[in-house]
Write a protein that binds this ligand. Structure first.
Ligand code: NAD
Length: 322
């Protein structure tokens, strides 16, 4: 298959592109910045908000016989909830990106897979959250509002233009090719970084419960989605995706500290504006439609992530970049 991946320099994009290549698919990425993790992904550097999708000539320049993609996996976004509370124009930009990607898909009749977010649930309620409980009246942040808008635009394109899609609602993906903290501060990698240095960590609501998703589970579900969508077996569905192994932020801090063998110094702060305080995904749809079964529970994922961070830092040190 020939797959165009937007946001290919990001965490999910990098892992997905490499996984697709590994199983024999052809991939071209598009991202506004270079990939800092690997040189193995052929990609076009382009701002999808201001410049739209790449032309056939731009595609041909990085992959001469690629031609028309069979599928677009659309991951590009400004993806940090709190940063978009501070600067909502970046949330607005996400909708422009999605509009441009959708117009490309409409013009070339290409199906799309879109990465939405559990943030669209507004105020999710225990015990678990199923896809049909989306609550637009309690959307808590500009990021969530525009993810919802992106989804609704996709649904309208399906209705008006016959677009075929799958929407995945992701939840705190973590693991490899993440933790570029100068660009994007994500809780697991901040905790690993600070605790490794013996520095205090700040927890914005230690009781906040998150359904963390180890990167391999995330990629496995997207690969299943790609195959089901392209075979016509599962079309026009919105599906929760997580590792099904939730934890509170307090437990996260103690787990990382335990693996690192340190006593954490914790500064407690209230939850930040725009963030949700509870989410556990109902994975029934992912299981029944895709045959997805998460493989990496929280503790195992954290252990693998710490190992990966330590190996990556060591490699950078040897290369003289740290
Ligand atoms: N990782 C998570 O925990 C999580 C959770 C819910 C939803 N999502 C969604 O999944 C997608 C991928 O997330 P990620 O963790 O890989 O994020 P990421 O920030 O690591 O990657 C997103 C990529 O999009 C690129 N991008 C942003 N604006 C662009 C533009 N105008 N033109 C071209 N490229 C642009 C960025 O440079 C970045 O490389 C995002 O849409 C995000 O909102 C992620």
């Amino acid at each position: 298959m020939k797959i165009l991946v937007t946001g290919s320099s990001g965490q999910v994009g990098t892992n997905l592109c490499l996984a697709l290549q590994q199983r024999g698919d052809r991939v071209v990425g598009v991202d506004k910045r270079p990939n800092t993790w690997t040189d193995d992904i052929p990609a076009i550097q382009q701002n999808l908000a201001s410049d739209g999708m790449p032309s056939p000539a731009a595609l041909a320049a990085v992959a001469p016989d690629f031609g028309r993609p069979d599928l677009v996996v659309h991951l590009a976004a400004n993806a940090k909830v709190h940063e978009l509370v501070i600067d909502p124009r970046r949330a607005h930009e996400n909708a422009t990106i999605t509009f441009n990607v959708l117009e490309f898909c409409r013009a070339h009749q290409i199906p799309i897979i879109f990465s939405s977010s559990r943030e669209v649930y507004g105020r999710p309620q225990p015990p678990t959250v199923s896809e049909d409980t989306t609550d637009v009246f309690h959307i808590l942040s500009p990021y969530a509002a525009y993810k919802m808008a992106d989804e609704m635009l996709i649904y309208s394109y399906a209705h008006c233009y016959g677009l075929k899609y799958l929407v995945f609602r992701l939840s705190n993906v973590y693991g490899r090719f993440d933790g570029d903290l100068e660009r994007m501060t994500r809780v697991i990698h901040i905790f690993i970084d600070r605790l490794s240095r013996g520095e205090p960590i700040t927890i914005f609501d230690r009781h906040k419960v998150i359904d963390f998703t180890y990167i391999d589970d995330c990629i496995a579900a997207i690969l299943l989605g790609i195959d089901k969508l392209m075979a016509g077996d599962v079309v026009n569905q919105t599906i929760n995706l997580s590792s099904g192994s939730p934890a509170s932020l307090g437990h996260l801090a103690m787990t990382i500290a335990g693996y690192l063998g340190v006593e954490p110094e914790i500064i407690d702060k209230p939850i930040q504006p725009g963030e949700i305080s509870f989410y556990i995904a109902d994975l029934t749809k992912a299981r029944t439609l895709l045959g997805f079964e998460p493989q990496v529970p929280f503790e195992e994922g954290i252990k693998r992530t710490i190992n990966w961070v330590q190996r990556w830092n060591e490699l950078q040190y040897q290369r003289g970049q740290k």
